[in-house]
Design a protein around this ligand. Structure first.
Ligand SMILES: Nc1ncnc2c1ncn2[C@@H]1O[C@H](COP(=O)(O)OP(=O)(O)OP(=O)(O)O)[C@@H](O)[C@H]1O
Length: 267
């Protein structure tokens, strides 16, 4: 357990967190993890190692089956539905699949980021938003370098631009924690770099805690400060990125079967 004077700055504290899906699939198996305010954590691990399940457990999109999870002071496993709703408003998400409302303007999409904290009618467009929200959304668009396309329909933008709009929308939410799940997996390398730069700079400027799943090791290396790696639902590695050798990172993606193969071991 962290010391009591550390508790206030601990954004995520997981103890023995486990998730067993029906039919016995144990996706998470006794995860102990603490993340402090302002940390940027890169989450690595092979397909199926439990990264998405871990992120989803943090806001109870997936309900853990054992252990405890305290996120931004909320005990996720025992919280009421309204407490979970309030928690989700404080947690921004950036997904590989960019879910903008394609036919609405870029500005309207960004303004929608404030829906959780601002009273507004359901069909809320840029024209009907209050000046404060419009100004804040324009500032967010400026921050991601897209103020000049605010009036365009979201679907007219490139994938990289759309992900930057999604980041501006996330900024409107004024999150304290951001969960990014392979945010640049669908983008070409150049667009991916631009998005990664922006995401990392923005969380640093606002002191936001970031937990980001990545598959590209070169990006993990370039941006990761702390690396947490999962294998079969358990933490295999939790350290500073500069202390990890390339071979150790690559080893996260090999299985016992691969090792047997390399050594010519037959079943
Ligand atoms: N809703 C579900 N029902 C049953 N099993 C699930 C469910 N969601 C995930 N799993 C299983 O849990 C394990 C962990 O999945 P998870 O998606 O968390 O892995 P991941 O590390 O995010 O993988 P990827 O890199 O492919 O996104 C996998 O074996 C997966 O098949």
């Amino acid at each position: 357990m962290p010391q009591s004077d550390d508790l206030g700055s601990t954004v995520v504290h997981l103890a023995g967190l486990s998730k067993e899906f029906p039919h016995g699939m144990r996706a998470l198996d006794g995860i102990d993890l603490s993340v402090r305010a302002g940390e940027t954590v890169v989450l690595l691990g092979a397909n199926g190692s439990g990264k998405s399940t871990l992120q989803k457990c943090l806001t109870r999109l997936v309900a853990p089956t054992a252990g405890t999870a305290r996120v931004l002071g909320t005990e996720v496993t025992t919280a009421s539905t309204s407490e979970i709703t309030r928690l989700r408003r404080r947690v921004g998400v950036v997904h590989q699949k960019i879910n903008l409302v394609r036919e609405l303007s870029v500005l309207t999409n960004v303004i929608h980021g404030s829906l959780g904290r601002v009273r507004a009618p359901r069909n809320w467009f840029a024209a009907t938003a209050r000046a404060e929200e419009r100004d804040e959304a324009m500032a967010a668009l400026e921050r991601v370098g897209l103020a000049d396309v605010a009036g365009r329909r979201a679907e007219q933008l490139s994938g990289g631009q759309q992900q930057r709009v999604a980041i501006a929308r996330m900024l409107m939410q004024r999150p304290e924690l951001v969960l990014a799940d392979e945010p640049v997996a669908a983008l070409d390398p150049r667009a991916g770099r631009v998005v990664m730069d922006m995401l990392w700079q923005i969380v640093a400027e606002h002191g936001i805690t970031l937990i980001c799943t990545l598959h590209q090791l070169e990006l993990a290396r370039a941006y990761g400060d702390r690396v947490v790696a999962l294998r079969d639902g358990r933490i295999e590695l939790d350290t500073r990125m500069n202390l990890v050798a390339d071979a150790e990172l690559e080893g996260l993606y090999t299985s016992d079967d691969d090792a047997d193969h390399a050594q010519g071991v037959r079943p």
